[in-house]
Design a protein around this ligand. Sequence first.
Ligand code: ATP
Length: 257
Amino acid sequence: MAQDLSIDVQHLRKVYGTVVAVDDLTFSVPRGAVLGLLGGNGAGKTTTIAMLLGLLEPTGGDIHVLGIDMSKRRYAALPRMNFSSPYVDLPHRLTVRENLLFYGRLYGVKQLARRIDEIATHMQVAEFLDRQAGKLSAGQKTRVALAKALINKPDVLLLDEPTASLDPDTADWVRTYLKDYQRETGATILLASHNMSEVERLCDDVILLQTGRVFERGSPRELIERFGREDMEEVFLDMARGRGRGLDTLKKPEAAR
Ligand code: ATP
């Protein structure tokens, strides 16, 4: 695998019984890039992220993260990765601080107390560090989940709907924070999102997934141009509805290139 690739996925496949959730998915993400994974409900985004993290075993295909074969040595890569997902709840009875201590120790974070204070300030959760996680509002939980995702300053960050349930103002500064983090650290980010303005703002490259297969890929600007549309919202609607001006000139859903 090329040295400059943080994520390299080849012919990835996941079958649940009769459901093919991910079908021959091939993509790579260069170091320091932000890739958007877009698709309607059930397109296979969460399944892909779970396989990248080693939480789900692929039915077929290969995943390398930071040059490491995840099927053989994922424990060498995991300390340099992290994720946030609205589907993974933090332990409710633990306070926010206890949660961050737990995950910080899991990731072997040095000077953990200092790092917790730092990231809690950055994510604006410092004022409820000693509150139980289960007693936070949805938006506060999302910020805590992001603090957890950044606790080990990951080189590879997998974000599933990172601004879900945030108000527009908070979502906006979280996006700015993520962009700054990526620029300052050179981290690679894979972002699954239904928020198209977020995708336009953060992503260098986008994969449009439809029923587990790559439908289209390109930078947001390229896709908007190719579909003959104004923005990614319209591109997404074209894909979802299988119609639209842009589709006249579109290729058939392509296998991974
Ligand atoms: P959403 O935007 O709704 O979160 P998604 O793109 O993340 O969707 P996945 O959650 O990856 O989609 O699901 C992909 C497909 O796999 C769906 O058809 C889903 O019903 C199916 N699926 C996911 N998990 C399982 C499971 N444990 N058993 C059976 N089918 C599953």
